[in-house]
Design a protein around this ligand. Structure first.
Ligand code: SF4
Ligand code: SF4
Ligand code: SF4
Length: 263
């Protein structure tokens, strides 16, 4: 969608970490009205509608992905179906009624249970501040016999996680983020994929006591569904006043919480 200069300048006032999301929401709203070029007046109208919508938290939860689903070259996973399933769980679990009962007052956007997904470790969709977050990942192993020592994998790795030795490349697991760039660039197929799925993190939030989500483990799409169900059970059992999952984790303690999630 085209943007007029004035509208673009106004959008720059939005904090950078939510600007992409706001832009997408504005474009979604305006294209539903048949608008093809965003003027400042359109933007201000969309802003009001979105602010009203956000402050209502009418569903009690939010599920969002990243632009990877629209063909981003970095995407490792394709999660449209998974996102639908995760959303269904939140609907079936009746999060909205649960929160209304706990909050004893109007539900606000900050009460929502948020699920964020990114299709790669770049995590453009700011998943680390959501309650249940996932990003696409690959785990790798090296076949030294197939390696021709060209060095392309070592060069492409932005994390400096690969060292090319006389015995072939060594990948430092503790540094590797699982982006798969080395896998794609290796001309000989010497770097092999042993797992493609998601890294699961829990309990991110902003607000007065911000907290980045804590890494739980790797999971297949099916496992993420089981994990979400288990997490929601704990969230409901330990929730006092509609607080976010991160607050509950802090109260219980991560080690104990993690044991309870085991599925
Ligand atoms: S998180 Fe990864 S896949 Fe998604 S838009 Fe960003 S770079 Fe692309
Ligand atoms: S997957 Fe990414 S971070 Fe890990 S070794 Fe390969 S290029 Fe480096
Ligand atoms: S890119 Fe492949 S062939 Fe080249 S050094 Fe790395 S593993 Fe070996």
């Amino acid at each position: 969608m085209d943007w007029e200069r004035e509208a673009e300048d106004y959008l720059k006032r939005v904090p950078f970490f939510v600007r992409g999301k706001v832009k997408k929401e504005v474009e979604r709203y305006l294209s539903s009205k048949g608008i093809e070029k965003v003027t400042l007046a359109d933007l201000l109208e969309a802003k009001q509608v979105l602010v009203d919508k956000m402050s209502q938290a009418e569903r009690g939860y939010e599920v969002f992905g990243c632009f990877g689903m629209d063909g981003c070259p970095h995407a490792l996973t394709s999660s449209q179906e998974l996102l639908k399933k995760l959303e269904e769980i939140l609907e079936v679990e009746g999060i909205i009624n649960f929160l209304k009962d706990k909050v004893k007052g109007p539900l606000k956007a900050h009460h929502k249970f948020k699920v964020g997904l990114a299709e790669c470790p770049n995590a453009c969709s700011q998943i680390q501040i959501t309650d249940f977050c996932l990003h696409g990942v690959v785990l790798l192993e090296v076949d030294p016999k197939a390696c021709t020592f060209c060095g392309a994998c070592e060069e492409v790795c932005e994390e400096a996680a690969i060292t090319l030795t006389d015995y072939g490349p060594i990948i430092k697991e503790e540094i590797c983020v699982g982006c798969g760039h080395c896998l794609k660039i290796c001309p000989k197929g010497a770097i092999k994929e042993t797992f493609r799925g998601y890294k699961v993190y829990l309990g991110g939030k902003l607000g007065r006591h911000p907290r980045l989500a804590t890494f739980l483990g790797h999971a297949t799409p099916e496992e993420t569904i089981k994990i979400l169900k288990a997490v929601l059970k704990i969230y409901k059992n330990f929730n006092q006043k509609g607080e976010r999952l991160g607050t509950i984790i802090e109260r219980i303690g991560w080690d104990k919480f993690k044991k309870m999630v085991k599925v």
